[in-house]
Design a protein around this ligand. Structure first.
Ligand code: AMP
Length: 282
């Protein structure tokens, strides 16, 4: 595994691979790697033999008072986890390497970017899309792999790619969970053991909603009700939203909807904001 931080070095490595006839898969991360990230890398390898992983904590996607400063940074540990699993290049740019002095938001997530996570974290998605655009321009991959765990991010990245990066196919990989159901997240390390127990109600709520959907007459309303009932069992979790959206438009669905929907839950447990989701077909 080659480790690079400068864009010129990265470009040279990727161009050499392409010259050799290889396709390139890309997995962007913020580091503090866990099995969820590693599963994206496995998926990336299924699509192309040259795999680039980036680790970059993007200042533009953190709001004032969020955890940019204390976001876990464990680059040497991360590099060890990536060794020997088929990663060709680990790209760890500095802010200057990536933004070259132009730390401006260049992308707009539009209306959908203001809902749900965007309502709680204003400007988050514009900042996220901006770093993804800079990374796509730097890496120029054939494929880029994102986790279904961040459903709104996936929706917005797909939209941006369709408009601006037609040569990059966006691949979505399933959410990896602990055996108790809690979705893996770099932020889970902020949870105390008691918080952890509370947090497990989020995935339990998603499962109970999915069950409600699969019973006869399961409607969007019954699905939302099932999730709400389960979350009410964990009043320590400060629920932000439970929402059911059309997977194709990210607009809220109402009764009578048919097709693929995504049930979203966000809650603050202890000091930590957690999100999770599950796909439900009506
Ligand atoms: P992050 O480092 O949190 O920015 O995440 C980098 C990528 O890993 C994103 O595409 C996330 O959606 C994905 N990811 C995070 N947690 C999980 C998980 N539990 N399962 C699968 N993918 C994940």
């Amino acid at each position: 595994m080659q480790r690079v931080s400068g864009i010129n070095e990265l470009t040279a490595a990727v161009e050499a691979a392409k010259k050799d006839g290889l396709e390139v898969s890309f997995v962007p991360t913020m580091g503090a790697l866990h099995e969820g990230h590693l599963s994206l890398i496995k998926e990336a390898r299924r699509h192309a033999s040259f795999v680039v992983v980036s680790i970059f904590v993007n200042p533009l996607q953190f709001g004032a008072g969020e955890d940019f400063e204390k976001y876990p940074r464990a680059i040497e540990e991360d590099a060890k986890k990536l060794d020997g699993i088929g990663v060709s290049v680990l790209f760890t740019p500095t802010v200057n390497d990536l933004y070259r002095g132009n730390l401006n938001v260049s992308e707009s997530a539009g209306h959908i970017g203001e809902l749900y996570e965007g309502a709680a974290r204003p400007d988050h998605f514009d900042g996220m899309l901006t770093v993804v655009a800079r990374l796509f321009e730097a890496v120029k991959p054939n494929y880029a792999v994102f986790g279904a765990k961040d459903a709104q991010q996936v929706y917005l990245v797909k939209q941006m790619a369709a408009q601006k990066f037609a040569g990059i196919e966006i691949i979505v990989a399933p959410t990896i969970r602990e055996s108790n159901g809690l979705a893996l997240s770099s932020r889970n390390r902020y949870l105390s053991p008691a918080d952890h127990k509370v947090a497990e109600h989020i995935s339990a709520a998603l499962r109970s909603a999915q069950q409600a959907a699969s019973t006869a007459g399961g409607s969007p309303q019954s699905v939302l009700q099932a999730a709400t009932t389960e979350m009410a069992k964990a009043p320590e979790a400060k629920l932000d939203y439970i929402a059911l959206v059309d997977a194709d438009t990210f607009e809220a669905v109402t009764d009578g909807f048919t097709g693929r929907a995504i049930l979203l839950i966000a809650a603050v447990v202890g000091e930590t904001r957690l999100i999770d989701n599950i796909e439900i077909t009506f």
